[in-house]
Design a protein around this ligand. Sequence first.
Ligand code: IPM
Ligand code: MG
Length: 367
Amino acid sequence: MSRSYRIAVLSGDGIGPEVMTEALRVLDAVEAKFGFTTTREERLVGGAAIDATGHPLPTETVASCEQSDGILFGSVGGPKWESLPPDIQPERGALLPIRKHFGLFANLRPGVCLPSLTHASPVKNELIPNGFNVLCVRELTGGVYFGQPKGREERDGEPVAFDTMIYRKSEIDRILRVAFTAAMGRGKRLVSVDKANVLATSVLWRETAVEVAKDFPEVELSHLYVDNAAMQLVRRPDSFDVLVTENLFGDILSDEMAMISGSLGMLPSASLGKQKEGGLYFGMYEPSGGSAPDIAGKGVANPIAQILSAAMLLRFSLGENEAASAIEAAVAKAIDDGFRTGDIATGAAGETKVGTTGMGDAVLARL
Ligand code: IPM
Ligand code: MG
């Protein structure tokens, strides 16, 4: 019997729909090649959902995600919705609730700079002759993002606002285990990032890291304060293998890492819940870059991040590892063969400048 799965497809706003089109074409191709099928339910999210229903995350969208094996997400947000109250803006009203609702506590953000694309990195080329490959593991459902109390009130006649950074040991333990496990499958070096010279949550974080390390004796664990980590990342990105950190630090460091890897248009991400029996995860997969409203609708966006996000979905939520690897290899080959969207083009000899569909075609041809 052929293997079949359900995917919720949430293209969202900006370049979301156009890059999603390419990812779905690539999915079609690997399904035919590797003998499985997916049923895809396309649902509204973000600004597109606000325009159609008044809400960034309609219950119908959540229901469809609940019925699925995984969510392929495009991007949300844009200037059109920026003046709405923050809680119903596309980002806060859709992304954060999905993460919380599905318990997607483990955010994997690979920061890969291919040797052939080091010119696109703002880091001096001589510092990264072979590019680099860092995996950032970010805790995604705890910390100051969700800690209570948070709010705003009047005190002594002036407005006061407050957020709470809070972590349970169990929350720290489970994200560290994800990171250690990832490190075992890579270079076996893990840097845990905290601010243990200032924050109580970080002291607990560091203690827990030391404890969990005992279960992973092969992994070399080190600790960096977040300010130092931010500095080391631009100084020697290729010195890192896996990085693990709490929610807000991970938000900041993963943007930094994405920037130094050259183009946001290349980087996928996975947000995973608890591992299920059989080793798979329910997860949401999305490009690390945003909705890029400035280039939306022009057919020039780089679809690679979305295509690689689909590959991550195949690997982590469907267990279709061969198909995932085939996509990754086809993407690497398309880059090697010189295909470049505007974000990664230099105009050098041997490059073929392509748009969104052209890059999709180049990847498809190499599958
Ligand atoms: C991210 C984004 C989100 C976050 C925003 C849009 C709420 O920056 O996924 O990194 O802060 O987590
Ligand atoms: Mg961010």
